[in-house]
Design a protein around this ligand. Structure first.
Ligand code: HEM
Length: 560
């Protein structure tokens, strides 16, 4: 019902940390094509659509299963709350007298008293599953109201150095890990998502999109001075969500799923017309196998250091990621905001493969300690916590032959890695989706193997087809006009970085890709942006014209 899985013969599965160190060693291989923006936008998309209730994605929780210094706590045996990640005897962290890494189980429908008897528990997503910029606008009306200024349709900001930043949170010690003993006040942003301060470049995107909303809203207000705060806010929100959906599906997805694959699966369309593929019977919720396994595969693209890079792409400094988890002070110091933004568009992401940077596998959220957590172990432990389908089940569901021997896995996985699976697991049916899915050979043109691609394609279909407000659908009441839609289809993330950085003058058109032939660094101005004049209220104009000509009868006719 809720117990984590054991192996087919009833013995425990290999320790998650053992699997992590055997399959995912630290090797820093740079991707020669894609930038850190590609990795970081993936996390931004994730935070828009998924946050498992109860899982700590920023720092240790109050329920302690394993202390910060790595000792099992009294709650550790409470299997409803705790599943501490046990360190194997030969683990490097054992030398520091540590025995475990903190792991609190996700909350389920049973915890909320709404599970059904006799059915396995289900985890709960605490954010809206739609791609709706909920991490900027909030996941509830209450939070949305806290975030709004209720003047001119704007989102509340703090102004510092003449720039707009998200307001400071009153929950500094809950959401951030402030630097002890620091003289100047610590910055900790209050946004639509609790994870906004988790790492500096995630926070960069939070700031960019907040400023984009306020930029769009000011543009709309200039076109339509009579519009109310509510009208301005909702129209700007609708435009920003459309821009985000366009960037996610037409810029980001083709890189990760493969452009042809995305096209054939009807995730993207080559058209200048409306596309209305909404299905009221489509469940848009995030699939557990997607969010707890497939999408997390891109954790391997995380770089353990972040460069600070000038507008003309000279590296001016570098910082260690684990020094800046849950601490975004750096964004507002010494003009670093632009330096970190430009670095997103310049620094290569790490190869999407089975290697992970030790900044996230040894030092995650370490906050002044020598060691910290291990993201890969957490991914494996979380997949057990959520009771995911096995690799063999998922593989079969996605149209591949069910394996009966380990060698059968060699159709999709390189032999040396199959052998590692055989050493770790007792039976082919014990092999976990999150593990084997992440070592499949990539499909040409995509950044994942067939099983993860199949799960991701299913999810991204549900996310678009299950969205009644999908930006391309041309709904008469809620959608855009064709001109407006085609203007949104011009937008690029590059232009957003230019417009909403502090003072960025140059950018390559596709910031997910490194500067190369066909993607040269160029002046920001010619990069396309949404033409807000298309939102000038035509009905009012026409109304005025007709009235001035005293043609009220014609107006009645037009209305009809
Ligand atoms: C510096 C970058 C990142 C850090 C530090 C980070 C950290 C984390 C942490 C701590 C968790 C929770 C682990 C658990 O206890 O279950 C998590 C969950 C997750 N991450 Fe990341 N992550 C990063 C980037 C990414 C990227 C690039 C992607 C995908 C493109 C991604 C996708 C996910 C997903 C899908 C989840 C599960 C969310 C949920 O449903 O609760 N993350 N990440």
């Amino acid at each position: 019902m809720s117990a984590p899985p054991v192996s087919q013969n009833g013995e425990p599965l290999p320790l998650a940390r053992q699997v992590s160190s055997t399959i995912y060693p630290d090797l820093k291989l740079l991707d020669f094509k894609y930038t850190l923006a590609s990795m970081q936008y993936g996390q931004f998309i994730t935070h828009d659509i998924s946050l498992a209730a109860g899982s700590s994605q920023i720092k240790a929780r109050t329920t302690k299963c394993c202390s910060k210094s790595g000792q099992l706590q009294s709650d550790a045996d409470d299997r409803n709350r705790c599943l501490p990640i046990i360190l194997p005897k030969n683990d490097p962290q054992r030398k520091d007298n540590r025995e475990c890494i903190e792991f609190v189980r996700s909350r389920t429908d049973r915890d909320l008293g709404c599970g059904s008897n006799g059915k396995p528990v289900e985890q709960i997503n605490t954010v809206t599953s739609w791609l709706d910029l909920s991490l900027i606008y909030g996941n509830s009306e209450e939070l949305n109201h806290q975030l709004r200024e209720f003047k001119g349709g704007r989102i509340r900001v703090s102004k510092r150095d003449g720039k707009e930043w998200p307001p400071d949170t009153p929950n500094l010690s809950v959401l951030c890990d402030p630097e002890p003993g620091k003289k100047s006040p610590n910055v900790c942003y209050s946004t639509g998502d609790v994870r906004a301060n988790q790492n500096p470049q995630l926070a960069v995107f939070q700031v960019i999109w907040l400023r984009e909303h306020n930029k769009v809203v000011d543009g709309l207000a200039a076109q339509n001075p009579k519009w109310s705060d509510e009208k301005l806010f909702q129209e700007a929100r609708k435009i920003c969500i459309a821009e985000h959906q366009y960037i996610a599906y037409y810029e980001w997805l083709p890189i990760h799923l493969g452009a042809l694959n995305a096209y054939h699966k009807k995730l993207i369309y080559d058209t200048d017309q409306f596309v209305n593929d909404y299905r009221s019977d489509m469940n848009p919720n995030v699939i557990n196998e997607f969010t707890t396994a497939a999408l997390r595969y891109f954790h391997s693209a995380i770089a353990g250091h972040l460069d600070i890079i000038s507008s003309i792409r000279l590296t001016q400094g570098s910082l260690r990621l684990s020094d800046y988890f849950n601490n975004v002070d750096i964004l507002e110091e010494n003009g670093n905001f632009d330096g970190l933004t430009v670095s997103l568009a310049t620094q290569p992401q790490y190869n999407v493969d089975n290697f992970h940077d030790s900044e996230v596998t040894q030092f995650l959220f370490r906050h002044m300690m020598k060691f910290g957590g291990d993201l890969k172990s957490a991914d494996i432990q979380r997949s057990r916590d959520h009771g995911l389908a096995s690799y063999n089940d998922a593989r079969e569901l996605c149209g591949h032959k069910r394996a009966t021997t380990f060698l059968d896995f060699a159709d999709l996985i390189l032999l040396p890695l199959v052998l590692k699976l055989e050493i770790l697991y007792k039976s082919v049916d014990d092999v976990e989706l999150t593990v084997a899915g992440s070592i499949e050979n990539h499909i040409p043109g995509a950044l994942a193997g067939p099983t993860f691609l199949c799960i991701m394609a299913e999810q991204f279909t549900r996310t678009r087809v299950g969205d009644r407000f999908w930006f391309e659908n041309g709904d008469q009441g809620t959608g855009f006009t064709l001109d407006q839609l085609n203007s949104i289809r011009q937008v690029r993330l590059s232009r957003l970085l230019c417009d909403n950085g502090n003072d960025i003058k140059y950018m390559q058109p596709n910031v997910f890709k490194q500067i190369f032939i066909g993607n040269y660094l160029q002046n920001c101005d010619p990069l396309p942006s949404v033409d807000l004049s298309l939102w000038k209220d035509k009905t009012r104009l026409r109304h005025q014209k007709l009235n001035t000509k005293n043609e009220c009868d014609d107006l009645e006719f037009v209305k009809k």
